[in-house]
Write a protein that binds this ligand. Structure first.
Ligand code: ATP
Length: 367
């Protein structure tokens, strides 16, 4: 097993495009690291630099204590799977998987045994003797993964391996990638812009933006305690509410977030409350996920924001309400959830409703 260290790596493409900007990141032995970020932020370029498929403009790549910057892809001990893991069309799935072993001179019987073992892990035992064109997209991708991992690479690199699959197949293969990499304990770097993949697979997620790392942490750290408003806004469905507020501190250190026309008091024991006590009078950006707001039709309760429901969306287990609340938001609506039949029953735009900070919500957070 191998840890990877990216030391202030940059990439400027020939046309002058700065794709990666002095990025540093350490990936531990056996860790599953997800690079997550919007299109064009440099994820694939980072992966290709680790693989040795792309030269670095500056900086260095290390595999444990060995500098890998000048090494060929083959000498780095990495295996890579792309969106469309291209297979040899005239070879069966089994022949595709064992191909790298045979090239390395491994005995056919042993190679076949390894292919069978991997096929079991990947759920394609029944498809081993079929040609790629007779396989589904998901099966083909499993074969590509099998072929990449069969030589037990030190590092496994995956670039959006699930993006061309349908939703069901994506979920299945995602789970298999998770259990396979856990079982094999291979250091994995996985590029995606799908936040569900990132949250479910990663030991840690690195959020990228404009060629840099914006935030890095475990999925729950990134989700519950994002370092920046960008990270907060990037992760979570529906999008987090980002609101500007002034911090007011009353007697007994009671903290209130003043949104101008409306305000909310924070529970005194809330961690954010304790941090904000020292920032009286300052403007902050407050992030609160939709489930921190419980939408009701009853006005008059203390500690609530009022607004008009602009749209209600049915999401199966809950309704998502988009509320115009007359407060300064960095996104267009205040978004809350409700299970209430009364809210559900009406025509959304005709109702006026209170959206009240959920009592147990420790999530009204200052970012
Ligand atoms: P996506 O999610 O869309 O795949 P990404 O985050 O993987 O995007 P990269 O493919 O690494 O981003 O691209 C980063 C930037 O570098 C983009 O602005 C892209 O246009 C540019 N870029 C990528 N490859 C090249 C190239 N070969 N020549 C010039 N510019 C490139």
């Amino acid at each position: 097993m191998t840890g990877i260290r990216l030391d202030s790596v940059s990439k400027v493409y020939d046309g002058g495009q700065l794709a990666v900007n002095e990025l540093s990141l350490e990936i531990e032995d056996g860790e599953f690291m997800v690079l997550l970020g919007p299109s064009g932020c440099g994820k694939t370029t980072v992966l290709r630099m680790i693989a040795g498929l792309e030269d670095l403009t500056s900086g260095s790549v290390w595999f444990d204590r060995t500098e890998g910057t000048g090494l060929t892809p083959r000498d780095r001990g990495v295996a890579m799977v792309f969106q469309n893991g291209a297979l040899y069309p005239n070879r069966t799935a089994r022949e595709n998987i064992i191909f790298p072993l045979r090239m390395a001179g491994e005995d056919l019987v042993e190679a076949n045994a390894k292919a069978s073992g991997l096929a079991r892990i990947l759920g394609i035992d029944g498809a081993l003797d079929r040609l790629p064109r007779t396989l589904s997209g998901g099966q083909r991708q499993r074969v590509a993964i099998g072929r990449a991992i069969v030589r037990q690479p030190k590092v496994f690199l995956m670039d959006e391996p699930l993006s061309n699959l349908d939703a069901t197949m994506r979920t299945e293969l995602r789970q298999e990638i998770g259990s396979m990499t856990r079982d094999l304990k291979v250091t994995t770097v996985y590029v995606t812009h799908d936040q569900v993949e990132a949250l479910t697979l990663a030991d840690r997620i690195a959020i990228m933006r404009d060629g840099r790392i914006e935030d890095v942490g475990t999925p729950s750290q990134i989700y519950d305690d994002p370092a920046t408003a960008f990270t907060a806004g990037f992760l979570g469905t529906p999008r987090i509410n980002l609101m500007t507020a002034t911090v007011r501190v009353a007697s007994h250190h009671r903290v209130t977030l003043d949104f101008g026309s409306q305000s909310i008091a924070l529970p005194p024991t809330d961690r954010r409350s304790m941090i904000l006590r020292d920032h009286a009078g300052e403007q902050v950006v407050v992030g609160a996920r939709s489930d921190a707001f419980h939408v009701t039709l009853d006005g008059g309760e203390a500690n609530q924001l009022s607004g008009t429901i602009r749209t209600l969306e049915f999401h199966g287990n809950q309704w998502i309400a988009f509320v115009t609340a007359g407060i300064e938001l960095l996104n267009p609506d205040l978004i809350g959830v409700t299970r209430s039949r009364r809210v559900r029953g009406g025509r959304p735009t005709s109702h006026s409703a209170g959206s009240r900070a959920h009592r147990t919500a420790g999530r009204v957070s200052a970012l």
